[in-house]
Unconditional design. Structure first.
Length: 136
């Protein structure tokens, strides 16, 4: 999927400036905001009015949305309760195993040193920043 998205953005970044849009994700969004006037406002269902809308433009727009996973509402899980997870000592095996069985997760305290946690955060952010091809 990542390769398809990168390929799609590569094509769009070459074409967008020809039509007055910036060659970046913001330009893609601006272009997408202006397309419905030609393709119909419903991204997923063809409006069926051939006199007002261009079916080919609508289909291309829909396909781009599908490829980029854009335009669909991401469902949000309701928060049932705010919680502060209990932290367990690694030595209190019975308690943390019971919590793991009941809640599906467990937080173990004192398993790694602060320096190891800092290194893990550094690795995580390096990975995240390395995947940002736009440089933003």
């Amino acid at each position: 999927h990542r390769e398809v998205v990168e390929m799609t953005f590569a094509v769009q970044s070459a074409l967008l400036p020809r039509y007055g849009f910036e060659a970046n994700p913001r330009g893609v969004q601006e272009m997408r905001d202006e397309m419905p006037i030609y393709a119909g406002w419903d991204t997923w269902n063809w409006p069926g009015n051939f006199e007002l809308f261009d079916e080919v433009v609508w289909k291309i727009r829909r396909d781009i949305h599908i490829i980029l996973d854009m335009g669909q509402q991401v469902p949000r899980m309701p928060i049932a309760r705010a919680m502060r997870p209990s932290r367990f000592s690694i030595d209190d095996k019975d308690a943390w195993l019971r919590h793991l069985a009941d809640e599906g997760f467990v937080v173990l305290a004192g398993v790694v040193e602060e320096q190891q946690v800092a290194h893990a955060y550094h690795l995580l952010w390096s990975f995240i920043e390395g995947t940002d091809k736009a440089g933003t």
